[in-house]
Design a protein around this ligand. Sequence first.
Ligand code: CS2
Ligand code: MG
Length: 409
Amino acid sequence: MRITSADIIVTSPTRNFVTLKITTDEGITGLGDATLNGRELAVAAYLRDHVAQLLIGRDPHRIEDTWQYLYRGAYWRRGPVTMAAIAAVDMALWDIKGKAAGLPVYQLLGGASRTGLMTYGHASGRDLPELFDSVRRHIEEGHQAVRIQSSVPGIPALYGVAAQPQASGVRYDHEPAGRGSRPPEEVWNTHAYLHHLPTVFEAVRNEFGPDLPLLHDGHHRMTPIQAAKLGKALEPYDLFWLEDTTPAEHQEAFRLIRHHTTTPLAVGEVFNHAADFRTLLTERLIDYVRAAATHFGGITPLRKIMDTAAEYQIKSGFHGPTDISPVGLAAQAHLGLAIHNFGIQEYMGHSEATHTVFRQSMTFKDGLLHPGDTPGLGVELDEEAAAAHPYQQAYLPCNRLADGTIHDW
Ligand code: CS2
Ligand code: MG
């Protein structure tokens, strides 16, 4: 089998997605996700202008060799744009291999280690009653665990908190929030956040009891000492994990956080290389690997990092927001089903419009996510539907302190 074409499809059914479609001379096609939220066209150009022609004529079965060719062969390594592009090629080749073999990708990865994947959904509220409604709705939908994000007095609009009650059916991540030619700007106040958050978790535990697994995302906004303080303050509420406390360029910073708190820690959704995890894994500074197949170079390197993590009793918590396309989500669901050290899968569910573009075999039943048994990744792209939703520029918001200083994500 030989690759005959590699096409890049950019579509925006409620939000932007970049998809690579590889076609072979045997008529088998494969899809890969290359979506990089807010920088989508950079990856599309990388693939179209620098990668597509290198794939023509190659044997699609040679996944490892193609990965190394694009990674080691390029001289310029790593970075979110490069690794999202390589990820898309890797996923598309796994998709093709599965279709050629007549097997879902999880079978090629060693077969299922469980019947399905435990998930968590995103509950949020501008006040406690709204938050409680949102938690209830997520439990009714079948989630066995819930992420808790709440407004903070003194912070007018907070990333991760729906601007409308979720019960009305409007989910913040399905809105084209941030569409436009400049990033929206939000105000941030770490002191107000650290002061308020433990009161929210106390109220949630009082309302929902001790058993519901609860998670929280700090979106990298704390210093290590602030993160240590928060982890300690949240210990009575027994979190499943506290995510992205501090920017993790300095992996050593996690030593300080770990030293001070027994709250489990998760990090890595913005990581794109195994080296980003080295100290965190070998010193057991975290409990969950948050990488996404889409931003970590694909299924191949994600499998390798999870094998390393297994040596240290560290589990997966792959990044699954709506800016990971159904193709990227399927890729990590196949991997999550196969590996022994699966932890939990973030699952927000895509919008109706997204499902008209990407047809999926994935199911979410009885509280478990399953990628389905369709050969390959189990996702097909309706190119006509995709073309009906052209790209629209969109940016994630950025944060400023009250005095105007730009703050960390
Ligand atoms: C979040 C994401 O899902 C998460 O944990 O951190 O919503 C993240 O902010 C976006 O994926 C950024 O593109
Ligand atoms: Mg996150």
